[in-house]
Design a protein around this ligand. Structure first.
Ligand code: SF4
Length: 448
């Protein structure tokens, strides 16, 4: 590796300070833009191989319905579907899961974790939810699953709904709170209001969920420092088991970006990156004062011995993920895949007796090593021996220029055995991770 600059750092730094349109968050590797329709047959081939003995299996089901579209949302969501259409979608999803579950690679395996994501899983009525989960359990057993996680929008959570969610076996309830100020919730297109958060949270607590998480976003439109401090204080007061804090970004397929484009603006109407990082840092400090521990670039946890993020940790370590539903992302036997992103083609493929997979990517051993190192660096610490033992490859040598850059800039402390990100490094880890991509997957980099 040389240290040739492909772009001047000043250009890079300038570009990332103001919030401009684009995705900075690294959720998987290699990047989705490298996944290709011509690799779908590789998923089908994997499914014909025998089930592996030791790889944990997760099951994901995607619910693409929401009451309203948030201005910052980049998911494909539907806000106008009636009960009959929701039922047709669930029927299609269960046909998909049945096809998967019968294949040799998945046959007889039990779920280590289950995840309901969206969209808004809590948009489903209790009868729809019971129908869905009973059918899922018949196809892939949840007996002994370490975690059943469920994303919920506070405004959808009546007492009956919460009771139903608990009864189907959910252990981790994730509330999309985002902010406690009604004006900010409204300006950003959220469907819920602050009164619904408190009501839902307090009733959920009485039902015995093992883990209640709330999501917050730093830097929503119209956010001010005073309001952010108030939001953090209210979150501390609520006292959830864990809090996940994202920094607002504005991907291209959001209504916020459409508005920017129409007005000819380059900079999004949200705080710049340094302000968003400062606000997350303030929140981390306040939660630490209240007894929480910072466990990653986005999370604080009240009791890290008891509260785990099973789905996240298993996926980052290469677990299989049987993923069903429109636009969902899965991973089987080292192959990433994503389903058709629109309900029409998704349902048509299933009606025609085909898998609704749109694109896939076969990873090799080096990419799996890079993937795990990148994703786990978001936890703020990595021990190099772990990778030497698992991949026969030491990050200390493989990523020498990148690691030394982080140490030189004060983003990390580095030894020959491990790396620990500083708070400053942790809060911009997604930006820094792009330098760790293999050269063939980089748009730009400080090092080649
Ligand atoms: S609730 Fe979530 S998935 Fe639904 S529109 Fe808002 S951000 Fe998107």
């Amino acid at each position: 590796m040389s240290t040739t600059l492909e772009v001047p750092p000043s250009a890079t730094e300038k570009k990332v300070d103001q919030t401009e349109a684009g995705n900075y968050f690294v959720s998987n590797y290699p990047p989705f833009s490298f996944w290709q329709p011509d690799q779908v047959s590789v998923v089908e081939a994997i499914l014909q191989t025998p089930a592996p003995a030791e790889v944990p299996l997760g099951v994901y089901f995607h619910i693409p319905f929401c009451r309203k579209r948030c201005h910052f949302c980049y998911f494909k969501v539907y806000t106008d579907k009636n009960a009959q259409e929701v039922k047709a979608y669930i029927d299609a999803g269960m046909r998909e899961m049945e096809r998967f579950a019968k294949q040799p690679y998945l046959s007889g395996r039990k779920a280590h974790f289950v995840y309901f994501g969206g969209g808004t899983p809590s948009y489903l009525s209790v009868p729809q939810l019971k129908d869905l989960t009973n059918r899922m359990k018949d196809l892939v057993s949840w007996d002994g699953a370490a975690e059943v996680a469920f994303e919920a929008e506070p405004g959808t959570l009546s007492e009956t709904k919460l009771t139903g969610i608990r009864e189907v076996g959910v252990t981790r309830l994730s509330l999309g709170v985002e902010n406690f100020d009604d004006h900010i919730l409204e300006t950003n297109g959220r469907a819920h209001r602050s009164g619904e958060i408190d009501k839902a949270y307090r009733f959920a607590r009485t039902l015995g969920f093992e883990h209640i998480n709330i999501d917050l976003i730093s830097g929503m439109m119209n956010e001010t420092e005073a309001n952010w401090k108030d939001t953090v204080a209210k979150a501390v007061q609520l006292g959830p088991d864990a809090v996940t804090i994202y920094q607002m970004e504005v991907p291209y397929n959001t209504t916020m970006y459409q508005q920017m484009k129409a007005e000819g603006k380059v900079t999004a109407p949200v705080a710049d990156w340094q302000t968003k990082r400062d606000w997350v840092s303030y929140a981390f400090d306040e939660f630490v004062k209240a007894g929480y521990t910072v466990t990653s670039a986005y999370t604080v946890v009240k009791d890290p011995q008891r509260i785990k993020f099973v789905y996240r940790d298993a996926l980052w370590e290469g677990a299989d993920l049987l993923s069903c539903g429109v636009a969902s992302f899965g991973h089987l036997g080292g192959v990433h895949y994503q389903n058709q992103a629109d309900v029409g083609p998704y349902m048509q493929a299933l009606d025609a007796g085909q898998m609704p997979i749109y694109r896939a990517y076969q990873t090799d051993a080096e990419e799996r090593f890079v993937r795990e190192f990148i994703l786990k660096l978001k936890l703020g610490h990595s021990s190099f021996d772990y990778y030497q033992n698992k991949f026969q490859q030491s990050p200390r040598q493989f990523f020498a220029p990148q690691l030394e850059y982080l140490a030189k800039e004060g983003f990390a402390t580095l030894t020959n055995h491990d790396i620990t990100l500083t708070r400053d490094g942790l809060l911009q880890v997604d930006r820094l991770l792009h330098d760790f991509f293999l050269p063939k997957h980089r748009q730009y980099a400080r090092y080649t």
